[in-house]
Design a protein around this ligand. Sequence first.
Ligand SMILES: [Zn+2]
Length: 685
Amino acid sequence: MNAESKVTTGHLQRAAYLYIRQSTLRQVMENTESTERQYALRRRAVALGWPDERIVVIDHDQGQSGASTIDREGFQRLVADVGLGKAGIVMGLEVSRLARNCADWHRLLEICALTHCLILDEDGLYDPGHFNDRLLLGLKGAMSEAELHVLKARLVGGVINKAQRGELKMPIPVGLVYQEDQRVVLDPDQQVQQSLRVFFATFERVGSAWATVQTFRREGLKFPKRGQAGSGEIAWQELTHPITLDTLHNPRYAGAFCFGRTRSWKDAEGKYHCQQLPRDQWRFLKQNAHPGYVTWEQFLANQERLLQNQQARGGDRKAGPPREGPALLQGLVLCGKCGRTMTIRYHHRFGRLTPDYVCARNCVEKSEPVCQCIPGGDIDAGVGQLLVQSVTPLALEVALNVQSELQARLAEADRLRQQQVQRAQYEVDRARVRYMRVDPNNRLVADTLEAQWNEKLRLLAQAKEDCEKQHRTDSAQLTDEQKARILALAADFPKLWQDPKTPDRDRKRMARLLLEDVTLQRDQDILVQLRFKGGAIQQLRLPLPKAAWALRKTKPEIVAEIDRLLDTHTEEEVAHILNERGWRSSAGNLFSRPMVHMLRHCYHMKTRFTRLQARGLLTAQQIGPMIGSVTSRVNYWRKVGVLKGMKFGEGNKYLYYKPTETEVDQIHQRRLKRGANAHGAQPSI
Ligand SMILES: [Zn+2]
């Protein structure tokens, strides 16, 4: 069947679709011949009988890869129009490349067959409705996909082979450069080298990325960065936190070649995703591949340090301002188990407000059990004592000595800043020379160069001023008088700390001036790790505090004494005696009758009553008949001194010794006498 016989009037009534595409923008720019060939197909369509105005050109997808239909608006429109039966023929250069993906391609063929749409490329005209044509087109599609795969495999394979040998040329960070023989060496620019060395030394000293940034800013140091791509020039910028982290995480600075530190993929919507991989999943890592600024061991130590910092900070570290409550470590405590900030819970204990340090994040967010809860009273006391011990004249003396040593190190930083000024001077000179060389008649160029020269002059002035200012601050040494005042502080500190009139908030402020953070961990005992400002670390181990009941338990010697005293005294008297002796309850209170009563009851001691009874003393009811009188008068005879008794409770609670015969007689005598006095009136007894 020849080409013309496949084209029917039905086809010609519909439109012809010319699909034009170049996979990459570069091809669009450079490979114009291919575009020409694609437009030449248009002429073939005219030859086959399509009128010029019914030829639709789809060229939205220039610069889009054919590996998938996503984002290829043009291809999607083509498929839609073919499906709606608008297309009589679809044209493309090597049509199989319409879709470099078999699934897309077969779907297009299927739709073309259903809507009786023809397909045309440089090799010929096909009718997907015919089995042979369909087979051929299917094969072409498969070949095209395979071609793409082989192409990719070759390219990637080459890259991977080179990477495996550590020879792949990859962008390298500032401070390292490629030599002519493609070997990586340290940047020959001494200022750049020096900056990176100072950078790594600073991190080593201060131990955190943030503190490194602060140090650089404080000392007015700049960090190098590559200028415009390909120019090879170095620009100087302020050090920032992201740059610091990038630099510390980059293994190239440790002289290691690495490849495949990230994984990237395209999702169903055609979006690119990139993910950092952990070190053990990097594709290639070759240590000692080239010179570096730190050793591999140092690099690993830095990584470890950064990780620890991250854990110590936790996700949500917020040290709010000191508040009124007595918890000394408010805003400073971190949980030793999970690294989160611990919060404070106050409660009353023995009439005072005492803090508990609680890691309750899990509890609040996920209603899981509290991570750990540690009573804070002892911790605050321990930390306070440690602070008082730390701020001693000796410790301050050492600190002042270190300070003067640091002063010596500042000279190094000063030299770096001088270099910055020198470089600025050099830039000015160069700009001046460029301006001088230009033809003064060429106003446009001369003006631009003059502006550049002015700008460089401004930068030079700025660099000079910065350098001067920093130099003045650095060289401000402590005078002897200032030193003496600092040393005097050491003597005042314990006094101020222990003074009960010092408000809690001020004590907290002092703690914050000295401490960076405090990590608490509860195990067999409580481990308190204090990180002082400046990096010093101290550790305290405190016993677990006793439970509330154990704290309130009365000492056994007090119980024994109460037991002994009850033989001879009432409960009220016992309380009085204990207080006289200066003894106090475990809660620090004075003893009272109810307390002694309660203790006697709890410890199953005999009552005073039983004790007296055991010694043969009798109740008023028992005594009454013996003396021939009513019960209520028995106490009267004790009061007037005839009967003897012992007190066992409040008021008139007495037990009585058995009256002797003499005593009974006495009572009778006195009763008779009183009867006579009352002129025969019946005595009331
Ligand atoms: Zn925790």
